[in-house]
Write a protein that binds this ligand. Structure first.
Ligand code: UDX
Ligand code: UDX
Length: 471
């Protein structure tokens, strides 16, 4: 048996590396159009940062794991072909801003159809709208090359930052399909390291929809706790205490109850908007409105955080230096797609703040590109003022101390563990007074920071309890 995967991204790369590690006798060939990315996968500097990934790649690369841009060859040689290309939100035409852009999926299907012979199992790894497999099947059978295909849906549930552990010990693997034989072939790969009873099989449409549903439910929990964080700030309740109290109810559970500046990442917003679009397509407007509120609440939370910074700092941040700690959408990744930090920084820039940004894993070029993109409207227009602000009012710091030096405030936007062990006395000494500290991740201990002399504001914790209706 031979496996290939089209798309060497955050999903395709780690997933194939794990399959290659666990199945040393199966050749696994990962292909991508992007030569630079493939070169990085073949080097000592992998294109993505993920704890534990380097060890897994080093073990399998050169043995049964290869990375190349030879897409046609990989298709011809493989028995199982995973499609793991990106499916971003459409930015043009019908469904712009909501529907998934399936251009790359369709191109892959056409390329497979053109190059395949014999029998192939085509596996959708990318998250897709329900019934995409129908279109993939039609495209595959349209070439009349004599090749035959089975299409399976096998969505990936790994979260960035914990991808290796998620792949090693998944809660479940989901395989949807019509052909028992194809399902069994793919099951036999995962069964090398995952107990059979954790491999769930369903029909194609349930599998496709389960991935969208899982992401919608997870994002909904974050929006729910963030909604309550606003009420906590208004009433004097503490969101971490509320989360602990409700999370110990076994029906609710403790995970995904961390209040924050809002969820980011390449999946949550994209998948919910995709779900909303699907519901509208089927005339289910109330269902669409219900799910759309999860994204509306997330936008509110991001905006609320930057507005609170401005209000707290005497209603102006103009020409004030603000140290930004963290830019990735969560800790332990260098991924910044849809990171809440982008929007908080953009809003502060537009208030004319001077930002000095430090992230342990995100390079300067990527930070500037994200900020430029966030200032660009849907029609591709970037105002001269916004360009000027990103070019002149953003600097990048090598460490947290440099970001905080001579600053009026610090904003913690990603929950990197190393931020907890900073020398806060040194940081405080280098800042203006009052030394504002806005903790957008509830990472730091309030009493400790008070003792160092900071004026700390955290999410879902009321700074001024005089607002309480009982006081
Ligand atoms: C992607 C999707 O975004 C997500 O919906 C899905 O659940 C999993 O796959 P990710 O791996 O994070 O997630 O995307 P990305 O890191 O952008 O990787 C996609 C790769 O596919 C890129 O390296 C891109 O160059 C490659 N690609 C894209 C191709 O090789 N061919 C194409 O036609 C399009
Ligand atoms: C998510 C899903 O968890 C994963 O199963 C799916 O395959 C892809 O999408 P990912 O986006 O990589 O994974 O990370 P996740 O840990 O889910 O975090 C998403 C965002 O929510 C991050 O910005 C994170 O900071 C935020 N979050 C998460 C919170 O703000 N609070 C929480 O309690 C949990």
């Amino acid at each position: 048996m031979k496996i290939c995967c089209i798309g060497a991204g955050y999903v395709g790369g780690p997933t194939m590396a794990m399959i290659a590690k666990q199945c040393p006798d199966i050749p696994v060939h990962v292909v991508d159009l992007n030569q630079e990315r493939i070169d990085a996968w073949n080097s000592d500097h992998l294109p993505i940062y993920e704890p534990g990934l380097e060890e897994v790649v080093k073990e399998a690369r050169g043995r049964n794991l290869t990375f190349s841009t030879r897409v046609d060859d990989a298709i011809q040689e493989a028995d199982i072909i995973f499609i793991s290309v990106n499916t971003p939100t459409k930015t043009f035409g019908i469904g712009a801003g909501r529907a998934a852009n399936l251009e790359f999926i369709e191109k892959c299907a056409r390329q497979i159809a053109k190059n395949a012979s014999g029998h192939k199992i085509v596996v959708e790894k990318s998250t897709l709208p329900v019934r995409t497999a129908e279109a993939v099947k039609r495209i595959l059978s349209s070439e009349c090359s004599g090749a035959t295909f089975d299409v399976l849906s096998n969505p990936e549930f790994l979260a960035e930052g914990t991808a290796i552990d998620d792949l090693l010990n998944p809660d479940r693997v989901l395989i949807g399909g019509e052909s028992e034989a194809a399902i069994e072939t793919l099951c036999s790969v995962y069964a090398r390291w995952i107990p059979r009873d954790q491999i769930l099989t369903t029909n194609l449409w349930s599998s496709e929809l389960s991935k969208l549903t899982a992401n919608a439910f997870l994002a909904q929990r974050v929006s729910s706790i963030n909604a309550m964080s606003a009420l906590c700030e208004a009433t004097g309740a503490d969101i971490d205490e509320v989360a602990r109290a409700i999370g110990s109810d076994s029906r609710i559970g403790p995970k995904f109850l961390k209040a924050s500046i809002g969820f980011g990442g390449s999946c949550f917003q994209k998948d919910i908007l995709n779900l909303v679009y699907l519901c509208e397509h089927f005339g289910l407007h109330q269902v669409a409105n219900y799910w759309e509120q999860v994204v509306v609440m997330n936008d509110y939370q991001k905006r609320r955080f930057s507005e609170d910074i401005v209000k707290t700092m005497f209603n102006t941040v103009s020409d004030k230096k603000i140290g930004i700690w963290g830019f990735a959408f969560k800790k332990d990744t260098n991924d910044t797609r849809e990171s809440a930090a982008i929007y908080v920084c953009r809003d502060l820039l537009r208030e004319r703040a001077r930002l000095c940004i430090h992230d342990p894993r995100v390079p300067e070029k990527q930070i500037r590109q994200e900020l430029m993109a966030a200032c660009t409207d849907m029609s591709g227009h970037l105002t001269e003022k916004d360009r000027w602000l990103v070019e002149n009012n953003v600097s990048i710091a090598k460490n947290c101390y440099e970001a905080a030096d001579d600053a009026h405030a610090i904003a913690v936007l990603t929950e990197w563990d190393e931020f907890k062990t900073i020398d806060f006395e040194r940081v405080h000494a280098s800042m203006h007074r009052p030394s504002f500290l806005f903790d957008g991740r509830n990472l730091l201990d309030q009493a400790t920071m008070d003792a160092f002399g900071f004026e700390m504001h955290a999410i879902g914790k009321s700074f001024n309890r005089k607002n309480s209706p009982n006081s």
